[in-house]
Design a protein around this ligand. Structure first.
Ligand code: DGP
Length: 113
């Protein structure tokens, strides 16, 4: 399958990796929108969160969130940060492999664009 984030997860596509374990890989976004902008992705290909169906998927989604909050703490984002999962065309998803954005280092606004 031709998937950029599968390539990053298996090491065949270079990225600035900040964390990895047997389930997930976290790396810096190529187009950062804030001082800290990290993507946390499952190693196993899932097109979007809409593909999560099983109890194992539920655990995996929890793990993504736990990794994100630990990375936020490591990055010193003590004043806050934003976690985003864009889903589908109207959600603004441009890469078809589930990913969680960790964005921090500046004030955020609401509603998002
Ligand atoms: P989204 O719009 O939620 O699908 O976000 C996709 C993000 O992925 C976007 O912020 C840019 C980032 N991205 C796309 N291609 C690459 C890549 O090859 N390497 C890295 N590090 N990030 C990428």
């Amino acid at each position: 399958m031709d998937c950029i984030f599968c390539g990053i997860a298996d090491g065949s596509i270079p990225a600035t990796t900040v964390f990895s374990d047997d389930q997930v890989v976290a790396f810096r976004d190529i187009h950062p929108v804030a001082k800290t902008h990290i993507l946390i992705v499952p190693r196993r290909h899932m097109t979007s969160i809409a593909d999560a169906t099983s109890p194992a998927d539920e655990l995996l989604l929890g793990h993504l969130l736990f990794v994100a909050k630990d990375l936020a703490a490591s990055a010193g984002l003590d004043h806050g940060y934003r976690l985003v999962i864009n889903t589908g065309a109207e959600g603004g998803q441009t890469v078809g492999h589930l990913h969680l954005h960790l964005i921090g280092g500046r004030s955020m606004h609401w509603p998002p664009g």
